[in-house]
Design a protein around this ligand. Structure first.
Ligand code: APR
Length: 241
């Protein structure tokens, strides 16, 4: 029997929009009414760590209240149907995991983890509550959210590129492809491999060679997933026959 096709998904904040989590560039460069440089840069944290911690504490509560939507669930459903699905997400929420996806690479970190501000390897899960000024790692340094801020390196970028290189299909969902290096991931796709972008703004955003599907994630992803499942079943039936 042939190997299950490897579907690689690259998701951005648009996939969580229908779960009630605001996208980044939704409101004039502000993120939930804050200037990005104040709350999502190392300088901003140095200037006012209390403000940054409080900002992420509120975002974390929002993530805990949110629920996976039809798009997250459809991707998890494909895995349950026997597809090999690897998700690369720019999102710091855990909605892919809560929907049931098992292979999720968080390019920009995870809001439900804290980490040391001196040693990125020292990570701590935040199953409840937030991070306060004075909460320290085992080396005695202030804890910070385990997220990648603007101007910081993206440690999992090479791992993400390796996944894209071995994809049989790349599905991009809900991202403006505006942030590097994440947007450069598409350059690692073999030119013969099909790629689609699901986003209400897909026509304007799709680079050459990428099939635009203008739809919200909650509408577009389940439709495509059902189509793949039907095609997968047909392929299995013809192998058996
Ligand atoms: N379904 C699908 N896509 C949607 C929906 C929806 N319901 N609503 C909005 N979108 C799309 C928008 O059209 C836009 O193209 O989601 C995209 C969101 O783009 P951005 O706000 O730029 O978010 P993203 O691409 O995830 O940003 C990348 O930038 O700020 C940093 O680190 C942050 O991970 C983030 C990165």
């Amino acid at each position: 029997m042939s190997k299950a096709p490897h579907l690689v998904v690259f998701s951005g904040s648009g996939i969580s929009a229908e779960s009630g989590i605001e996208t980044f560039r939704a409101s004039d460069g502000l993120w939930e009414n804050h200037a990005v440089e104040d709350v999502a840069t190392p300088d901003g944290f140095q200037r006012d760590p209390g403000r940054v911690l409080e900002f992420y504490n509120r975002r974390r509560e929002q993530v805990r209240r949110a629920r996976p939507n039809a798009a997250h669930k459809a991707l998890a459903g494909l895995e349950q149907a026997g597809f090999r699905v690897s998700i690369i997400t720019q999102n710091i929420d855990d909605l892919h995991e809560r929907a049931g996806s098992r292979s999720v690479l968080h390019l920009h970190g995870e809001i439900l983890h804290a980490r040391s501000s001196v040693d990125a390897r020292m990570r701590y899960p935040l199953s409840k509550g937030g991070i306060a000024l004075g909460d320290v790692c085992d080396k005695g340094s202030q804890l910070r959210p385990d997220v990648v801020w603007f101007g910081e390196a993206v440690p999992l970028f090479d791992d993400a590129c390796a996944l894209v290189e071995e994809a049989d299909f790349l599905l991009v969902v809900g991202t403006s492809l505006a942030v590097v290096p994440a947007a450069l991931l598409l350059d690692h796709l073999n030119v013969a491999v099909p790629c689609a972008l699901i986003d209400p703004n897909a026509r304007a955003l799709s680079p050459p060679g990428v099939r635009p599907i203008s739809a919200t994630a909650g509408e577009g992803v389940p439709v495509l997933a059902r189509q793949w499942q039907r095609e997968g079943e047909l392929a299995l039936a013809s192998e058996a026959g």
